[in-house]
Structure formats: structure tokens, C-alpha cells
Design a protein around this ligand. Structure first.
Ligand code: FE
Length: 234
């Protein structure tokens, strides 16, 4: 589920238009007199208006913005976390350090800093599945995963992950057996979580680098498992 910068921009402008007409909308529809709460905050709208102006004047290239956001959302960030996971899969002593002293072990690979000052890595096993959410806002481990995806910040994911984690996982296409315990971790400004997914069976001979290529952002948030694509060289 990828929302480009441009789509966000147009969504903001649509929302801004909606904000100006709630009374009118209510008047047109009998019984529909409540005020919808989907309007972004004032600073958000200002930023969107400014971006829109810069794009219109040709100062900013929307394609370049999309590429930049895409890089942080899908490539740079998650690739860092994937290297951490792959190292833990091939090096049992690193894995021990990672689970016992997550922040320090992640720093061994050169990752850390803002939005990842205190990290906790939680391990998925055959018996336990971990899922990460931020119920309050969108706290996310930037140094290892990059920018949070749009769905991670949605009200639906934030509330339902706690109330019905198995239902949420099913919607992501992940059906867990009943005997697997689901643990939900609520991120905060103080502690950010990274899921250490299970190493897929049949990958014993793969190199650390090839293993890292299998690890996805979603698996490190806990909404997916790591799988081996069909035809992959094992
Ligand atoms: Fe948050």
C-alpha cells in the first residue's frame, strides 16, 4: 500500500475543501449533521499548501520528491534493518547480543541515532509472533526501517492492532495457527521495536547478503513473515 507524495498532497487539498463545507454537507443530507474529524492539522495544511505552490511554480519536481520518499520508505531504511536480521540469522552470538542489548548490537552495524535511540528487538519463533504498533501516533525505528508506511500511521491500524491483532494480520495475508501467541508492542517516544523474523526453512546455504535481500519491512514490523520467492537460488 504505497501512497505517493503527490497523492498525499491531493488528499490534503481535498480534506481542506471538505473542512470548508461540513455545514453545507450536513444540510444537504438529512440526519447527517455530524462533523467529520478527518481534517489535517493547521501546520500540515500549511506544509501541503507550500509544497503545492513550489510544485506549481516548478521549483520542486514532484517526481524527485516521490523518489526521495520512496528511497527512505522502501530502500535505505528497511535495508538497514534487513542487514541486522540477516546477521542475527547467521551469527548466534550476534543474535544473543541483539536480543539482550538491542541498541548496542544495532550500533555495531553502524545504525542508530534519532528516532532509534533506544531499541528493543523481539524475536519471532514457532510459538510466538510479535507485532509492532504505535497506538498514540507513529513512533517507528527510523535508523533501521526508514519512514513509517502510511498504513502504520492510520487510525485503523493503530487501534485494531491492539483490539484484534489476528484479524489485522489476516488482512495482511498472514494467518497464524491458534497455538501461536501474538504479542503486540506499543512503540513510544522512548522505546522503538524491531521484529526479528524467523529464518525461512531451506535457506541454510544462503549467504548473509542474500538472506538480507529476503527480509522485508513488513516482516520487521510483524505484519508478514519472511518467505523465499519461487525460483530463488538456495
Ligand atoms: Fe508515536
Amino acid at each position: 500500500m504505497t501512497t505517493t507524495r503527490r497523492e498525499l498532497l491531493s488528499a490534503g487539498l481535498v480534506a481542506a475543501g471538505a473542512a470548508a463545507t461540513p455545514v453545507l454537507a450536513g444540510a444537504q443530507e438529512p440526519g447527517h449533521d455530524h462533523d467529520h474529524q478527518a481534517v489535517p492539522s493547521d501546520p500540515t495544511l500549511r506544509v501541503k499548501a507550500l509544497e503545492s505552490l513550489l510544485v506549481t511554480k516548478g521549483i520542486v519536481d514532484p517526481a524527485a520528491l516521490d523518489a526521495l520518499v520512496d528511497t527512505y520508505e522502501h530502500k535505505v531504511g528497511p535495508r538497514n534493518g534487513a542487514r541486522v536480521v540477516a546477521r542475527a540469522w547467521v551469527d548466534p552470538r550476534y543474535k544473543q547480543r541483539l536480543l539482550a542489548h538491542s541498541t548496542a548490537a544495532i550500533a555495531e552495524l553502524g545504525y542508530g541515532g534519532e528516532e532509534g535511540e533506544v531499541m528493543l528487538v523481539v524475536e519471532n519463533t514457532a510459538r510466538v509472533h510479535n507485532l509492532v504498533v504505535c497506538t498514540l501516533c507513529s513512533c517507528y525505528p527510523w535508523p533501521v526501517l526508514g519512514l513509517p508506511p502510511v498504513w502504520y500511521k492510520s487510525a485503523a491500524y493503530r487501534s485494531r492492532s491492539v483490539i484484534d491483532p489476528r484479524g489485522v494480520l489476516r488482512e495482511f495475508g498472514l494467518k497464524l495457527p491458534d497455538d501461536v501467541t501474538v504479542q503486540v508492542w506499543d512503540s513510544t517516544a522512548q522505546v522503538r521495536y524491531l521484529v526479528l523474523p524467523e529464518r525461512p526453512p531451506g535457506t541454510e546455504k544462503m549467504s548473509e547478503q542474500d538472506l538480507a535481500a529476503l527480509v522485508t519491512r513488513d516482516a520487521m514490523v510483524g505484519v508478514a513473515k519472511v518467505t523465499v520467492p519461487e525460483g530463488a537460488k538456495l
